[in-house]
Every structure is written in structure tokens, then in C-alpha cells.
Design a binder for this molecule. Sequence first.
Ligand code: ATP
Ligand code: MG
Length: 558
Amino acid sequence: MEKKGVDFIREIILKDIEEGRYNKKVHTRFPPEPNGYLHIGHAKALHINYTIAKEFGGKFNLRMDDTDPEKETKEYVDAIIDNVKYLGYDWGEKVYYASDYFDKFYEYAIQLIEKGKAYVCDLPPEKFKEYRGTLTQPGKESPYRDRTIEENKVLFEKMRNGEFQEGKCILRAKIDMKNPNILMRDPVIYRIKKTSHYRQGNKWCIYPTYDFAHCLEDSIEGITHSLCTIEFEIHRPLYDWFLEQLSIHHPKQIEFAPLNLTYTILSKRKLTELVEKKYVNGWDDPRMPTISGMRRRGYTPLSIKNFCNEIGISKTESLVNIELLHYFVRQHLNKICTRVMVVLNPIKIVITNFPEGKVEYLDAINNPEDENSGIRKVPFTKEIFIEKDDFMEVPVPKFYRLSPGKEIRLRYAYFIKCEKIIKNERGEIKEIHCTYDPDTKGGNAPDGRKVKATLHWVSSSINTSVEVRLYDHLFTKENMNEIEEGKTFLDYFNNNSLKILRNCPAEINLKDVKEGEKYQFERVGYFCVDPDTEKGNNVFNLTVKLKDEWEKIKKGGN
Ligand code: ATP
Ligand code: MG
């Protein structure tokens, strides 16, 4: 991949190093909350954090931001770790967990109370909202704001000891109820949640908010540059305020634009809904923009990384065409995949002048992109299958494939000429009778005559049949950030996003395949062996079609 110029984050870091900040060290982190699987947007964040740390000879932490017990689970933690490993981002000795810092967070909260910078507030939730004001109106101070330090300490301890019901009170920072930034109007630091935590069990019944916990997590780990998406920009004053008040190590928060992709959504909440409402078959459904889904579909780590490099880093949000991702996937698979022949929608050809019962093993090139890939043998017989679409009884103009009286080339085999169409009593084509020219073995005529099409084919007697799952966009709308009023994202779900074809004739070489193996089905696309594959039923997922939509879009100036 061609190297891009220095982006604004690298510029900031270069300047920090130049000016001797953070002892000229760089330490980044990727902090997913284990409340869902990672998606391609997370891959972008991971890639940015990881590559920056490596480039500057710094450190990179993988940290579970697990401070909210309600939706976090061990299953998600395991999936995240597995995904990061798959992508190949090495996090060093250990995975960090924010929940390991609960005792420290609690101590920091007490320090704030002792400085007169935090108080326990008993306003009920609706009053809390009312007092907070709006974007245009300042807030009002809570009647509990002037509690003494001693009183606050006692009450906070009682909160911690479970002496109050959920919602009875909260701990708030004492900042400024008139601040134009609503987040600075005495934000919540701790709330009571009598929910057990997947790692900490019932040790805690109060949990810190994101804004309080996140800056502390970064500080505790010695992070220097805390890179996050743009929605956290308005949280930055709060990030800075907590660290200043506590006078502890102060990382620099820098925001970048999140990834948005056409025809998909990158929101954990919405992806969770697709899984829970069974629109898809789990988080690793190959249609999902999750790392697990992409892995199952056949996207390689390298293609995902090349894509991340290409999109780069900026501050302004944009919508990236999903064809760009497909382009990188196709580019990598082109280099590494063995070519095979599979017919998705078969129609039978009988080669009338080919001897009955004869099997000829023809040489097929495994991968023209890889000199060392060698050749394999493909059996040729009297009866074969080709794609229905490759034949037209009454050809339209510019249809160069098979039609009555026309000659075409069978890949790696011979020229054949269509002589006769055999129909059943309903008038449907049952089989097509052709003759072959034995002098055209390998696909060239000694008399130099040319044909305009080369078709893939599979022997009808020596083959293996496979199941093929074809995928299309998850949603029907290009920009899923522009949902019409009165609709939800689910209204745009593409009901044709999965099509299953069973009993597709495939060349016999695909008889014993293993989960995860990747192939190019000639003239169709790249396919990956699905984990549902078991003895007797080989299942292939369409990774990407062969046709490069991206080149077309680029040429069209889009
Ligand atoms: P949700 O969708 O539930 O709001 P999230 O995707 O922000 O959650 P986190 O687990 O907090 O989930 O994300 C971990 C990191 O990934 C954060 O630093 C976040 O900024 C980043 N991230 C999330 N979505 C994207 C995206 N679309 N593009 C780039 N980075 C992202
Ligand atoms: Mg988030």
C-alpha cells in the first residue's frame, strides 16, 4: 500500500515529541466496551491506534472498557480478543480491564469530594433533567449542591454499601450549572446499579459513568494520546477537568471521524437488534459488517488493513463506498486463491461426438497470478453442465456466448458448437446438444479460427455438489444515516441479502475442502468455505463478485 501523507493526528504527535511532551513517548489504546462484537468501524479505530503506536516505537493497549454491568458479557470479551487476534494487532503481555480499576475510581471520587468538587445529589431523575437546563437555557443549581464534605463522604459510602435504592441518589461533579456545554453542568460521576458485573460479581452496587471512568483509565495506564471518534469532542472539557482536579497524568484526547459505509450500519446497538430480532443468523452472519462476519465471509486481515490505510484519518465525517472495501478484498484474493469451476445454475450439454464413458483429464491452471501454484486435472466427459445464463436460444445483440449454431470455448478444454436444443413436454430446455472439435484441445484451433467467449463448465458425471450462499447488501439504502421520518433502519433491511443455491455442480477437486479455505469460482467470484461445511455438504460463502465495481465508480468520477 502506498503511504499517505502525514495526517493531523500524526502531526500533533510529532509536535509533542519535538517539544518533549510525555517524555517523547507514544502510548495508545483501543478501548471497546464488551457489549457487542467489533465491526469494521472498530477495525479503523484499532488500525489507527495500533499503527501509530508502532510507527513511533510506542506501546499499544487493548482495554475492555467494562464499567457498565448491564450489557457486558464474557462472550463479548472473548469475541473481541479473538477478532483483534485475527486482524493481527498484537497487544503485548496482557489485556487491560477498566473494571480492574474500580477501587481506584472510588478513591478518586473520594478525593474529589474532599476537594469540594463532588457531591451527592438526591434530585429524582425528572428533576435532575429539569435543573440541567437546555442548549439555550442555563441550568439551576441542585438544592443538595452545598452539602458539607463530611456529609457527602458519609452519603457516598452509604451509596457504596448498598444502603440506598437505585435512583435514590447520585454522585455529581461540582462544576458549573451555567456552562454552555451541558455536559459540564455538574455531570454524574457515579450511579447506583444493583446489577452484578460479569467480572466483579456483586462487589459493587455503584458504577462510574463513561466520562469519569474513561479519562482515569487512560491516566492509570499512562496513555499519551487518547484517540477516539468525533462524538467525544464535546466530552473533552470534562475529560480534562477530572484529570486537572485530580492532578494526575493527563493524556491528550484527539478525535477523528468515524467510518460510515454505504448500504450498512455501524452501530453496536443496531447490530445487536439485528441479531436479537433474528434478521441475521448471529453476529458472525457473513452479511454483518462485524469482524466475525467478514472473517466467515472470507475477507482477509490484509484486505481490511489495506482498506483502513486507504481511507486514512480525517476530522470530517464522510460516507465511504463499500465497493472500496470489496476492491481491496478482491485484490488480495486474486493473488492467493486457487481457481476452480463451479456452475451455480446448471443446464446440461451433451457432446454428441465425444465417446460415451470416456474421461479425459485436462490441465487447469491453479492461479495465473502465482507461478508456483501449478496445475490440476479436471475431468472432461460427454455430458457437462454450463451456466443457464451462458446460453440463449434467441440471442440478443452482442450476446457472444452459446446459442444455436454458435461456437464457444470451454475453459481448459475444447471448442464446442451448438447443434440442437432438446425440450421437454412443457417446452423447457432439457439439454443442449453440441459437437466438439477434437483438434482444439487446450482451447486453441490449429486453423486459427477465433471464438468470442470462454465458458466454465463441470462434468455431469464426475463432480461434487456444493451449497452456495450468495450475499447482497444488508440494507437497501445507500446512506443509512438518512432514514426517512416515520421509518426505522429495520424498514430498509434487504430481504434479498441472502440467497441459497443447493446442489451446484462443482469440479471434483472441491470434494474435500476445509473451513476458511478460499477459492475463485471462475467467471463468478471469490468464495470461502463456511463452518457449516460437514462431510457430504460443502458450503461456500460468496466473498465478493469478480466484477470490480470500484474501478467503474472511480472512472465514472464518483
Ligand atoms: P456504540 O455503537 O454502542 O455507541 P461504539 O461503537 O462507540 O458503541 P466502543 O466499544 O465504545 O463502541 O468503541 C470502541 C472504540 O471504537 C471507540 O474508541 C470508538 O470511538 C471507536 N469506534 C466506534 N465506532 C467507530 C467507527 N464507526 N469508526 C471508527 N471508530 C469507531
Ligand atoms: Mg462508544
